[in-house]
Write a protein that binds this ligand. Structure first.
Ligand SMILES: [Zn+2]
Length: 363
């Protein structure tokens, strides 16, 4: 992707998971002395802002509210690598990063049920609060939130996969139904299989008779009701044959919404779709930077360190992609400061994919 001109402003806000009373450090301290302390970096909360030279619309793309939906967050992430020629583009690709690394829908429960209210003690609180403020601050003319749902809506109306979800046919002066149907008709020319077609699914969330009152806790409902921002949910299916087809579905849908809102990107969606491998499988060398008892160590493959009691280990950074980070399957993944007594494994991952494991054994 070296030949692609990039212009981006990435503001990285660092949000550590709140260290609550359940911290292994305090937990261990109350039981017995911690032998070795491992510090992992806070999960970055990335947002990208791209502005074109020509005036156009303003779109905010949100990915990764659910962590086991790679078609959604990979498609959002790809947009971070384009140039915007016309309009403005805001991207928050990995809203639920801990769930992405855990490859779970919601490591701390369903994030898309936390936009009406959320406890400050909830580990997702900083990110949900940040996104709500961001939506109000950016005030896009359209917010698209990307998901990989189950099944195929065109053959099973109860399934959430392969559809465009709207909360209402019309809300105030936002003609959500009309816009979604226009996109649906255009995109469905590309899908010959009946189950792959992408119809419009209206959950009628505002109606007292809605079959989906739970959607009143979702991001799109918050956008409409509390932020006066039109929001639409794009769903590919978890059952599409591979990651490429999931990402392609999202790109085809976004292409049409971008057209309707006068936002142009370079390279354009057709180029990205026909060179998807370049974007989905960038050639990167993964590295973890560690500080072990004051010594800098680079790790690029599976490795075990034997450490004396009282050692201090810090993961100071990573080389890889924006999805590269570390979590330990041995402890609560929200915690970034970990006290261990005997041993721990730390997985360095690129989103859902494990790259290598660093093990620490206390001797
Ligand atoms: Zn989802």
């Amino acid at each position: 992707m070296e030949n692609i001109r990039r212009r981006k402003l990435i503001k990285t806000l660092l949000w550590g998971a709140p260290l609550i009373a359940l911290s292994p450090i305090s937990a261990f301290a109350s039981q017995s002395r911690v032998s070795v302390r491992i510090d992992l970096p806070p999960f970055p909360l990335e947002d990208t802002y791209l502005k074109g030279e020509k005036k156009g619309g303003r779109i905010l793309v949100v990915g990764g509210i659910h962590g086991n939906e790679p078609g959604a967050y990979k498609a959002a992430d790809i947009l971070r690598h384009v140039k915007v020629k016309r309009g403005e583009l805001f991207i928050a690709p990995r809203m639920n990063f801990v769930s992405i690394l855990a490859d779970r829908r919601g490591y701390n429960g369903d994030m898309n049920r936390k936009f009406a209210s959320i406890s400050p003690r909830d580990p997702d609180y900083p990110r949900v609060k940040w996104l709500k403020n961001y939506v109000k601050e950016v005030k896009p003319e359209l917010l698209l939130t990307l998901h990989d749902g189950f099944g195929f809506h065109s053959v099973n109306p109860k399934a959430w996969g392969q559809c465009i979800v709207i909360d209402a046919e019309r809300y105030k002066n936002f003609h959500l139904g009309k816009e979604a149907r226009t996109v649906s008709e255009r995109v469905n020319r590309f899908f010959t299989k009946r189950e792959w077609k992408v119809p419009v699914y209206n959950t009628n969330t505002f109606s007292p008779n809605t079959k989906h009152p739970e959607q009143r806790k979702s991001l799109t409902y918050f956008c409409l009701k509390e932020a006066n921002v039109p929001a639409i949910c794009l769903e590919t299916s978890k059952q599409m044959p591979d990651l490429e087809m999931k990402v392609k579905t999202h790109l085809l849908l976004m292409k049409e919404f971008f057209k309707l809102h006068n936002v142009e990107i370079e390279p354009d969606f057709d180029y990205i779709i026909s060179h998807l491998d370049q974007f989905l499988k960038p050639k990167v060398h993964y590295l973890a930077n560690l500080n072990i008892n004051g010594r800098q160590v680079l790790v690029s493959s599976n490795k075990t360190f034997k450490l004396p009691k009282g050692s201090r280990v810090e993961f100071t950074g990573f080389h890889g992609t924006a999805g590269t980070n570390a979590v330990s399957p041995d402890v609560n993944m929200n915690l970034r400061k970990i006290g261990i007594k005997r041993r721990i494994a730390v997985d360095v991952k690129d989103d859902f994919r494990k790259i290598f494991t660093v093990r620490f054994v206390v001797v």
